[in-house]
Design a binder for this molecule. Sequence first.
Ligand SMILES: Cc1ncc(C[n+]2csc(CCOP(=O)(O)OP(=O)(O)O)c2C)c(N)n1
Ligand code: SF4
Length: 281
Amino acid sequence: MSQTTLTLAPKDYKSEVKPTWCPGCGDFGVLNAIYNSLSVLKLPPDETVVVSGIGCSSRLPHFVQTFGFHSLHGRALPVAQGMKMARPDLTVLAVGGDGDMFSIGAGHLIHAALRNIDITVVVMDNETYGLTKGQTSPTSPTGHVTKSTPYGLLASQFNPIATALSLNVSFVARGFSSRPKELAALIEQGIQHKGFSFIHVLSPCPTFYNTMDTWKTTVTPMPVEHDTRNRFKAMELSMETAKPFVGLFYRDERTTMDEAAHKMTQQSSAFDINKYMARYK
Ligand SMILES: Cc1ncc(C[n+]2csc(CCOP(=O)(O)OP(=O)(O)O)c2C)c(N)n1
Ligand code: SF4
């Protein structure tokens, strides 16, 4: 598609590859929200890249008419961070599932959070491993019965928002796939935020663990009085797992590692090695 003929409407971000998700999969809502947020920001497709790991949700880059990188299970974040460091001019999104980001990729999530590189992460959380047919994931509730846990899951349930806040992630939000307009606005803000933006999305898997009806009744809008600079209050709200709040929990503007590293590189290019070595003669 010629870039010059694009109006950058949501449809212009649709690739020729049709989504292969099951009917009713929450990931359709997330995909639409991504099309809309890219369109609102009028991001040039050739200056945008969507990176993923492996999973049903990680197929998403195929359906977006930007650059894309379908990497390895759990490895979207190292790839996305490397891209941003090498090409700071690109808008970089990393997407994936709860298994991808909180299980095999959990170590990368911790260090990406601490680095605060300017990328936006969208996690489609269905509390299960969809692609491999419904095993438990870190966000599955304790007691959850699956083929791999026939007597019920014994582990505690992972709390993505509390974890992100404890790691001092500079932008922490939650959306719901059935509220794509709100979700698009959050993704838009996340992309605009300078730093590591973490967007946790409740995105049900009707095929292997249908949480749609539960989330439709329990999902709660963020209290209007919430001060998004108050990390302690955000942490308290994140503990309300029975009524998951959606909206922006926390935001903090601070230097990003990509900015700091590029500044350091400029300073070091002025460094004269011969002058330094002369001290040892
Ligand atoms: C290194 C490696 N280990 C395990 C797998 C098998 N595997 C593929 S996808 C997946 C989990 C998918 O769950 P999630 O990331 O939550 O995505 P979803 O399919 O639910 O969207 C697993 C365990 C793999 N592909 N590679
Ligand atoms: S198995 Fe679940 S997560 Fe995967 S496409 Fe189907 S509904 Fe979506």
